[in-house]
Design a protein around this ligand. Structure first.
Ligand SMILES: Nc1ncnc2c1ncn2[C@@H]1O[C@H](COP(=O)(O)OP(=O)(O)O)[C@@H](O)[C@H]1O
Ligand SMILES: [Mg+2]
Length: 237
């Protein structure tokens, strides 16, 4: 039985006076991939921002291996091992691919630390473009670069917010294969994903948000038993 690595307990979040997360609770198990789904505006990105400390939780608890994260700064949370790849893939456009990776390096005591060589193994295209300005990469390559940057931080938990958004189908396939490889290497991942099929394929656990609350939390197999879920909460018909 896998152990709980990251735990959200009754998490609330606000943007100013606007109450967006209304008591979100779920847990990510060590070495597993959790897909976070839900319609646009459901609160997926807000959950990711709250997990990484960029938005303060207004109530509830976030625990990494039982240790409170929700009062720490984003920098401290990253040092504890939670890394966010934000929605919208921003690279340092004027730095080279290699410089983008090097500035993101953070040493941490983990079993197989990431370095340039390992990131280039994971994403060979980045190696062949190491000296190229990051702003000139294709969308797919930029996505690989932002994931590579997060890996250079040696995370225990990788948060990926819609990495496939706006990419061509062939590239989406490639990015998803990389995510599968990372999971197979033992990384624990929360993936925000719009596509239920992809989520079912990659994830051990699926959490569906609806208006800032958990509408479903279960395995890929359990989703099959709830055909209404897709139409009600995912905008799939
Ligand atoms: N910076 C912000 N200020 C105010 N409201 C926001 C902000 N960002 C998102 N929201 C609102 O919070 C809700 C959840 O948004 P978000 O977490 O981005 O949803 P998702 O990622 O699931 O599409 C939406 O109603 C959205 O309009
Ligand atoms: Mg979002």
């Amino acid at each position: 039985m896998a152990t709980e690595l990251l735990c959200l307990k009754n998490v609330h979040a606000h943007y100013g006076s606007s109450h967006v997360l209304h008591g979100v609770s779920f847990s990510l198990k060590q070495g597993e991939l959790l897909a976070l789904l839900g319609r646009n505006g459901a609160g997926k990105t807000t959950t990711m921002l709250t997990l990484s400390g960029l938005l303060a939780a207004s109530d509830g608890e976030i625990l990494l291996r039982g240790k409170r994260m929700d009062k720490l700064s984003p920098e401290a949370i990253a040092r504890q091992g939670i890394r966010l790849v934000p929605q919208g893939r921003r690279v340092f456009a004027n730095l080279s691919v290699q410089e983008n990776l090097e500035v993101a390096a953070q040493r941490r005591e983990i079993p197989a630390p990431w370095n340039l060589a390992r990131v280039y193994d994971m994403f060979p295209q980045l190696k062949s473009r190491a000296k190229q300005r990051a702003g000139t990469l294709s969308g797919g390559e930029q996505q690989m670069l932002v994931i590579g940057r997060a890996l250079m931080g040696n995370p225990d938990v990788l948060l990926l917010d819609e990495p496939s958004e706006g990419l061509a189908p062939l590239i989406v396939h490639e990015v998803n294969n990389s995510i599968r490889k990372l999971k197979n290497e033992g990384l624990s991942i929360i993936l925000v994903e719009q596509n239920l099929q992809v989520a079912q394929d990659l994830a051990d656990q699926l959490v569906v948000l609806n208006i800032g609350q958990v509408a479903f939390d279960g395995s890929s197999e359990e989703v099959v038993a709830e055909p209404e879920l897709a139409t009600r909460h995912l905008g799939i018909f």
